[in-house]
Design a protein around this ligand. Structure first.
Ligand SMILES: [Zn+2]
Length: 71
């Protein structure tokens, strides 16, 4: 998938979170923690999340389908 902002190829990975933070991991983490090269996207009180998606680190854009939860 290409970035809707800059048009470059986006990196595929996993949007994962726990009750305290949300991150985009390049490798899916079983325990929903920020993995190597992961990007922390939010901190604060959240609900657990685990989705496949794409990221453009340059533009700060993440694209994911909220109906494709990986549970
Ligand atoms: Zn971009």
């Amino acid at each position: 998938m290409n970035c809707p902002e800059c048009g470059k190829e986006m990196t595929e990975g996993f949007l994962q979170g726990n009750t305290n933070s949300l991150f985009f991991n390049m490798q899916r983490q079983k325990s929903a923690v920020c993995g190597e090269n992961g990007v922390c996207m939010a901190q604060g009180r959240l609900r657990p999340a685990d989705f496949g998606g794409f990221i453009c680190k340059e533009c700060g854009i993440v694209v994911f389908q909220y109906k494709n939860s990986l549970r």
